[in-house]
Design a protein around this ligand. Structure first.
Ligand code: NAP
Length: 508
């Protein structure tokens, strides 16, 4: 079913979806006419929505949260059936989705997010007068959002990408994920109701179902201004390339995953082996390892390897089997695992004798620093409950390991006291690698807050300057415009001399 502005439509032929409940042919693929209609409505809606006040956008975002909450158990049961995720996780994710919407509502209602900067003019400046220049962020235009399979609510139809684009003043067209089509439909209808009851222009939101062709047609559409994506490197890169091949290229903000290196220093391992092993196994197996922040790489001092591995095996024994999102993700997990384990010089330390999509158990393997540095196949993300231990024998080797890595979402260091304070240079190296640095914590569990950075150097994301989690995510969908020598009456309220909105501004 397509949600196109204030209507519903299902003109296309059904396509196969792959959910935790199995494969089903029941969702119509958006036709070319439906795609064009959704984009056309978004283009028209942008003409007025870009001028919506912070209060109007906040009312819309809050109404979306209310509509989602009012779906009650029906939504929880639908997500559980389609994703295989347990009730507690689904309810937690619903809470996160709604509080994210409220956070963006607060942000735009307050108004300072536009980063207003004012340089007053000086007609008496010599040798030439100085112009009056004022700058602020304005919305980009219609945004296409590709939703993630592993967060059916918080990174999906009404997730962070949609919330931040709507908050910026951009209409959104969602390409629904095939892994949770019924969830997508419930939430899309909730957004549609919220848009109607808060008087938003028709086309401020649409949601289309379909396959790769559907998503590609949206990215290629001349009236689309930007793309947000969370998923695989292959998918993100394909859409990034497509957007760059357009006659008028557009930005693609793709979050494509990471192996999130964890660096362990020897004294810390010696002092905390059991607790540390349990903490790391908890993070590796959280959500069956289906997180882009899953710690897929642990850099372990060789001298402490034996005791740490023994503690880790104990923690692994205690890990309960879990359900993966669907067959396709499970097959992808097995295939990535086989490739990595077969890449040479890898010793499996812990591997289940049986594994299935409905009851997956963690796998852990080990290799040496030299093997890891030489073989890029060992750097691949294995999306699921897996981690690779790499042992290092000297700090030079540890530095070389870090140098061999590509861009990451996170990098973590476990150390304390003098051992921590004497490793500032190591933290400086880690800073070049990742968007978020963590000391003595696990990378899973991304706080939604103002200061969060969820993004990192390529290939973790397509643009390391931006975040896809937290209020900073709004900056992806806005561009700066400078207004030079404008009379006060023609300036946006944010830039007027008397600061009628009372926002924070930088003035010179
Ligand atoms: P995906 O395959 O990258 O798909 C994400 C979305 O992009 C889906 O809507 C998909 O369409 C679309 N898409 C992918 N490639 C495309 C292409 N070439 N052209 C047009 N549209 C394209 O991710 P997934 O299905 O969520 O999971 C598959 C794998 O991605 C996992 O096994 C894991 O390795 C990785 N993953 C990473 C993250 C992360 O956080 N970075 C999250 C989830 C998954 P369809 O709906 O039609 O398939």
């Amino acid at each position: 079913m397509q949600i196109i502005g204030y209507t519903e439509s299902s003109q296309g032929a059904p396509f196969e979806t792959v959910t935790a409940a199995g494969r089903a042919m029941q969702y119509p693929k958006a036709t070319e006419a439906e795609i064009n209609k959704a984009v056309e409505l978004a283009r028209k809606a942008f003409a007025s929505y870009r001028f919506a006040t912070g209060a109007q956008k906040a009312a819309f975002l809050r109404a979306i949260a209310e509509e989602i909450e009012s779906l009650g158990d029906e939504l929880v049961k639908t997500v559980m059936a389609e994703s295989g995720l347990p009730e507690g996780r689904v309810k937690g994710e619903r809470g996160r989705t709604c509080s994210q919407l409220h956070l963006f509502a607060d942000l735009v209602q307050e108004g300072s997010w536009v980063e207003a900067v004012i340089d007053h003019g000086d007609p008496n400046r010599q040798p030439v007068p100085r112009p009056d220049v004022r700058r602020m962020l304005v919305p980009l235009g219609p945004v296409v959002v590709f939703t993630a399979s592993n967060f059916p609510l918080a990174f999906s139809t009404a997730g962070g990408d949609t919330a931040s684009a709507l908050a910026a003043g951009c209409p959104v067209i969602v390409k629904g994920h095939e892994a949770h089509p019924a969830t997508n439909l419930l939430v899309a209808r909730a957004i549609q109701r919220a848009a109607k009851r808060t008087g938003m222009p028709e086309g401020v939101f649409s949601s289309l179902s379909g396959d790769y062709e559907t998503g590609q047609a949206l990215v290629e559409h001349p009236d689309v201004a930007a793309v947000a994506f969370t998923g695989s490197y292959r998918g993100g890169k394909a859409l990034f390339d497509l957007a760059n091949r357009r006659p008028k290229p557009i930005p693609v903000f793709a979050e494509m995953g990471s192996i999130n290196p964890i660096v362990l220093l020897p004294q810390y391992v010696e002092d905390h082996a059991e607790q540390l092993a349990a903490q790391l196994v908890g993070s590796v197996t959280l959500g069956a390892g289906q997180f882009c922040t899953n710690p897929g790489l642990i850099l372990l001092p060789e001298a402490k390897a034996e005791s740490f591995i023994a503690a880790m095996k104990k923690a692994l024994e205690a890990a309960a089997p879990q359900c993966m999102l669907n067959e396709k993700i499970f097959e992808g997990y097995l295939s990535a695992l086989r490739k990595l384990l077969g890449a040479g010089a890898v010793e499996p330390l812990y591997a289940p004798s049986e594994n299935s999509a409905a009851a997956v158990r963690p796998t852990v393997a080990k290799t040496s620093a030299a093997a890891f540095i030489q073989n890029p196949l060992l750097h691949a993300e294995v999306f699921g409950p897996f981690t690779l231990l790499v042992t290092w024998r000297s700090e030079e080797e540890l530095e070389a390991l870090l140098q061999s890595l590509e861009g990451q979402l996170t990098a973590t260091l476990f150390a304390e006291g003098e051992e921590l304070l004497s490793h500032k240079a190591l933290l400086d190296s880690m800073r070049e690698l990742a968007g978020r640095l963590i000391i003595n914590g696990v990378p899973t569990g991304v706080e939604v807050c103002h200061a969060m950075q969820h993004g990192g150097p390529w290939p973790a994301t397509t643009d390391s300057r931006f975040t896809s989690v937290g209020t900073g995510a709004i900056r992806r969908f806005a561009r700066p415009v400078a207004f030079q020598n404008f009379p006060d009456e023609l300036l946006p309220d944010e830039l007027k001399e008397g600061n009628p909105m009372g926002i924070k501004r930088m003035e010179g």
